[in-house]
Design a protein around this ligand. Sequence first.
Ligand code: HMG
Ligand code: MG
Length: 297
Amino acid sequence: DLPKQVKIVEVGARDGLQNEKQVSTEAKIAFINSLSACGVRHIEAGSFVSAKRVPQMADSMSVMQGIERHSGVTYSALTPNIQGFEMALAAEASEVAIFGSASEGFSQHNINCSISGSLQRFESVMALAKLHEIPVRGYLSCVIDCPYDGETDPNKVALIAQTLLEMGCHEISLGDTVGTGTPLRVARMLEAVSRLVPPSLLAVHFHNTWGQALPNIYQALQMGISTIDSSTAGLGGCPYAPGASGNVATEDVVYLCQQMGINTGIDLNKLAEAGWMICQSLGIAPRSNVSLALRSA
Ligand code: HMG
Ligand code: MG
């Protein structure tokens, strides 16, 4: 059974822009404001990480302080540690996200520590978030394959997802960081995770490197998952996953949902315009088939 409604978590301003050439703070603010005007209700607005590691996100504080806030819209930020959490608090993030990995290799390359070390770090972020009553999303990367360690065991994904849940995350986003997943493997992974974490608390986060994100999303929808991460114009990638391209384009997900009678709350035409606008700042064309098709229709 397909859901009647999905929650789309727009990660373009973070996952997208962290791996594109630098755009101005003003362009990011205009992008985020245009997203909320399209009906997007969950916007990942930035990331409080080392500026040496990810210079594109260094202005996240100014971005979050410069945007128009709309009631009913969540503006979230990545917070790998206490330092990041305190910055997110100052930036008035309405939600934060911790991000771990299901594979040791990616954990080391991305956040410079082991999986168990990262879980320890997250405990202190969770404690502070609880104190300040800020909801925490938990990301889990490399749920299908790891660029350093190869295939990931679905049972390992399930166990770490359960740990993140038990720590107090309200939602676990399962990331196919490199975008190699296909529906059968995704189904096996989701089956394993769903035994330990209810599908209603899971989100799927597909990078579209191999063009498999939409069939994977269709698979996840059929398995009771109704939270989908996506990036307008298909922007981005991950600096620590060489060769990986951006997330599935939000325009493509909205079109897929519309055609299946699933409500997203998002105005597709306006969203496509928002995508063209940020792409103009980047000097690229949207990496969304739906956006390109709309333009030539
Ligand atoms: P560390 O490397 O262990 O070292 O940091 P540290 O804690 O000793 O700090 C090193 C330097 O970073 C110091 O500055 C700190 O002050 C600074 P220096 O003394 O060298 O000038 N620092 C910070 N600066 C700003 N904000 C902070 C912060 N913490 C330390 N919060 C750390 C660990 C995680 C911070 C670092 O390794 C890092 O920033 N890594 C980058 C991780 C990242 O942003 N990756 C991309 C996002 S994750 C992703 O894209 C995957 C996802 O989309 C899901 C999927 O697709 O799978 C979520
Ligand atoms: Mg990602």
